[in-house]
Design a protein around this ligand. Structure first.
Ligand code: ZN
Length: 147
C-alpha cells in the first residue's frame, strides 16, 4: 500500500448527537453545539456536517445578528407554504413537510483552526416547523486528510 493510501485511512470522523426541545415554530440557533462538537473532536481542519433526521424540521444557515430576520423568514416561509385544503396527508402537517424540504435537512461547513468558517452574521439553525416536538440532530466532524 502506498504511503498516501495509508494516510487517507487515518481520517478521523466523530459523530455527536444532540437533543433539543422545540416548543414552537422557530429557528433555534445551534451554532454553540456545533462549535462544541468540533472542540470535542479535536479536529483543527476538515468539514462538519449538521444533519436533522426529521421530516418536518430542517437545518439552515442564516443571520444571527438581527432576530427580526428569523421572524421574517418564518413569516415568509409560512406564506410560501400555507396549509391547503387539498392536502391529503392524514397527519395534517403537509405544510411542515413542504417547509422542511424547502429548507433542507443538513448543512456542511468548512472547519479551519478548530472553528466552523461562518460569516460574522451567520448562525446555524435547527428549524422547527411542526411544534411542539422533542428533536434530535447529529453533528459529524471529519478531519482533513494529511497528504
Ligand atoms: Zn406528516
Amino acid at each position: 500500500m502506498a504511503d498516501k493510501e495509508k494516510e487517507f485511512r487515518i481520517l478521523i470522523a466523530m459523530l455527536f448527537e444532540y437533543h433539543i426541545s422545540a416548543p414552537h415554530a422557530d429557528f433555534y440557533n445551534i451554532t454553540p453545539k456545533v462549535c462544541e462538537a468540533i472542540a470535542k473532536s479535536g479536529v483543527e481542519n476538515g468539514i462538519v456536517v449538521v444533519y436533522c433526521p426529521h421530516t418536518t424540521a430542517g437545518i439552515t444557515i442564516n443571520e444571527n445578528a438581527d432576530p427580526d430576520v428569523v421572524r421574517d423568514l418564518l413569516i415568509g416561509i409560512g406564506k410560501a407554504f400555507p396549509d391547503r385544503p387539498e392536502f391529503r396527508h392524514a397527519e395534517g402537517n403537509s405544510a411542515a413537510h413542504l417547509k422542511a424540504s424547502a429548507v433542507g435537512s443538513s448543512a456542511t461547513v468548512i472547519v479551519s483552526g478548530g472553528k466552523p468558517i461562518l460569516g460574522i452574521w451567520q448562525g446555524i439553525y435547527f428549524c422547527e416547523f411542526d411544534p411542539p416536538r422533542e428533536r434530535t440532530f447529529f453533528v459529524k466532524v471529519v478531519k482533513q486528510a494529511s497528504v
